[in-house]
Design a binder for this molecule. Structure first.
Ligand code: 0RA
Length: 651
């Protein structure tokens, strides 16, 4: 007995050391565990904690999850599950709660019945969140009691203790991210809301509430509850938003093949874009993978077989390619895989080969039933595919024209481009500038070695509403493609972006600080999002931030980007004298600045601010772009009104 006790004691301290080493490793190299220590990593902490509650819900024990953003940017996540077990964990010699919170990857390993398939992008578990928080408080409601333990930087401050009685069940995790680790501590409501909405659609029947306790400038507190009874079917309708639907409602399948749960919903609209969003264990696989391959294979095979059988392709002269079956398709694929292998540049491409067959079979069976049972819709879909093939033949011709012309005519670069002399793309920047006059100023003000200028005339084509071949005929868009050095269409995927010859690793959109400027910026971003998404995914796209004001008195002058900065500058420069002798110049257009001013405020890498365009949620971006650039006015107006204050600051 006593020797066993000794052993336990030794093990306990040995374990303790490994635990500390584990969490110390997380603090030493946080990016390895959560991706980065910027705004993305900060938000990732919340997803990691919420994932645990989602797992409990998927196991059938939890219905409600409440996420609070507290003043001071602390977060708490409450659920009404069974509560993390608090009893002694025999092997580790301490409370199970402490193990979950302090051992890397301990997650849900106590419960063999619940198989943990969710889990954040990096699947690191709540102990990482703990390691990266100055304070974390775990509260468990279980067995009539309230248990609690607190930690600092992952180290327990005391043993698990009982702090009260309760008849509830559940877990609350409160944490305060560490300012020594993260470069920013400010949580964005919209970013969290997009993810909670996505999770609610992906896991129907779970109610997720997000509450922001930080008052905005009007003193209001934001709060939304996300709940979906229809799951993916409703998700697809949400994504498809204001587009004109070709089918009365989404085609839907839920099944399981070879132990892999598969859920797919899809709908066709009258547009031209393919909006396919795929998920593995609730993680957005933006690079696709084997599940997407299975879906595509089934879609092509089943539709083709149906069209052939019905003789619908008899008079069709163009060749139909895989892409044609997906034009105007909005779809969501969600699979749950026990041990997912993630590959690709951003580790968001599913590699497990057995998933292809499972998805292929599920989707194939469901779709052929649908087509047999809905001949009217089936015909509409096939007609759409044929139309897509015809348009694609025209587009291909137009595209090849552009790309061949580029290759043949000397350097092939657009005449309007003032290129830089440096040739290493990593050191090169391309400014896309609104208007020839601002373009001229930028050409004078730039650093010729590394900064290239491409002026764009007026509003570029709205690609959200245009046929693909029109896009390659558009002068401004052609110029952008050739200046960038990218082409569309590779051997294996004729819509993929070919970036091998990309000439700039910073592509900077510089537009006026007015409504037209924001519109042009949105048009350019829509083009990038729909046709050159890889540029955004690789972090190459930026937005320049020209100042809004110049505050000036005598020789003293100061540029300001916000109203608050302006007020401060006026006071500082007035130095107690009458602020009305101070001169305030409002910049609306880039053209109002001379070359030197534009350089100092907006282009000089040492002093400028650039905003990098990121894709937090591809699904949310899809929804917003279709709404902003689509036909329906009321939702657009609503969005613009709601975001007007951001536009003001951003512009
Ligand atoms: C393992 C076993 C049991 C619950 C959980 C994990 C659990 C973990 C988390 C994390 C956040 N919320 C959670 N809720 C539950 C329950 C075992 C049992 O009661 O029999």
């Amino acid at each position: 007995m006593s020797s066993e006790g000794m052993d336990n004691k030794q093990n306990y301290s040995a374990d303790n050391i490994t635990v500390l080493e584990g969490l110390e490793a997380v603090r030493k190299r946080p990016a390895m565990y959560i991706g980065d220590v910027g705004v993305r990593g900060l938000h990732h902490l919340v997803y990691e904690v919420v994932d645990n509650s989602i797992d409990e819900a998927l196991a059938g024990y939890c219905k409600n999850i409440l996420v609070n953003i507290h003043e001071g940017n602390a977060i708490s996540v409450e659920d009404d599950g069974r509560g993390i077990p608090t009893g002694m964990h025999a092997k580790e010699g301490k409370s199970a709660l402490e193990v979950v919170m302090t051992v890397l990857h301990a997650g849900g390993k106590f419960d063999k019945d619940t198989y943990k398939v969710s889990g954040g992008l990096h699947g690191v578990g709540v102990s990482c969140v703990n390691a990266l928080s100055t304070l974390l408080r775990a509260t468990v409601y279980r067995e009539g009691k309230i248990f609690q333990q607190e930690y600092s930087c992952g180290k327990p401050l005391y043993d698990v203790k009982v702090v009260g009685d309760s008849d509830k069940n559940g877990t609350t995790v409160f944490f305060h991210p560490d300012g020594d680790i993260f470069t920013t501590l400010e949580y964005k409501y919209d970013t969290l809301a997009a993810r909670m909405r996505e999770l609610a659609y992906l896991n129907r029947g779970i109610r997720i509430t997000l509450k922001d306790h930080r008052p905005d400038e009007n003193g209001t507190l934001k709060e939304e509850t996300f709940y979906s009874e229809g799951g993916l079917k409703e998700f697809v309708n949400y994504l498809d938003g204001t587009r004109e639907k070709l089918l009365p409602e989404p085609i839907y399948v839920e099944g399981e093949k070879a132990g892999i749960p598969v859920e797919v919903a899809m709908i066709y609209n009258s547009g031209y874009a393919e909006n396919l969003h795929s998920y593995v264990n609730n993680i957005n696989t933006i690079e696709g993978g084997t599940h997407v391959a299975g879906f595509r294979r089934a879609l092509t095979r089943t539709l083709k077989a149906y069209a052939d059988k019905e003789g619908l392709l008899k008079n069709v002269k163009v060749e139909i390619s895989g892409d044609d079956f997906r034009e105007g398709l909005t779809g969501v694929i969600s699979v749950k895989v026990q041990e997912p292998q993630f590959e690709g540049q951003t580790k968001t491409k599913l590699g497990n080969s057995d998933v292809t067959g499972a998805v292929d079979q599920c989707v194939g069976d469901m779709l052929s039933n649908y087509l047999e049972e809905n001949p009217k819709e089936a015909r509409l879909i096939v007609q759409k595919v044929v139309l897509a093939a015809t348009a694609r033949a025209a587009a291909r011709k137009a595209r090849e024209m552009v790309q061949r012309k580029g290759a043949m005519s000397g350097s092939g670069l657009p005449g309007k481009l003032a290129d830089c002399s440096e040739t290493d793309p990593q050191k090169c920047e391309l400014y896309l500038v609104e208007g020839d006059s601002a373009g001229g100023t930028a050409k004078q003000g730039r650093n010729r070695a590394q900064q290239a200028i491409l002026p764009l005339r007026g509003k570029i084509l709205n690609v959200e509403k245009a046929l693909e071949y029109k896009i390659y005929e558009n002068e401004e868009i052609k110029n952008m493609f050739t200046a960038l050095g990218v082409t569309i269409g590779t051997a294996e995927d004729n819509k993929a972006l070919n970036m091998e010859k990309l000439r700039y690793h910073k592509i900077i959109i510089m537009t006026d600080a007015d409504v037209d400027g924001s519109h042009i910026r949105t048009l350019i971003l829509t083009l990038f999002f729909r046709y050159m998404k890889a540029l955004i995914e690789n972090g190459y796209v930026y937005i320049a931030q020209p100042p809004l004001y110049l505050v000036k008195k005598g020789k003293e002058e100061e540029y300001c980007w916000t109203e608050a900065q302006r007020e401060e500058a006026v006071h500082r420069i007035a130095k107690g004298s009458n602020p009305e002798s101070v001169n305030i110049q409002r910049y609306k257009g880039l053209g109002e600045m001379n070359a030197e001013q534009l350089w100092t405020t907006t282009m000089n890498p040492d002093t400028r601010t650039l905003k990098r365009v990121t894709l937090d949620s591809a699904a949310e971006a899809d929804h917003i772009f279709s709404m902003l650039m689509g036909d329906e006015v009321p939702p657009r107006r609503e969005f613009i009104e709601a975001n007007a204050r951001y536009a003001k600051i951003d512009a």
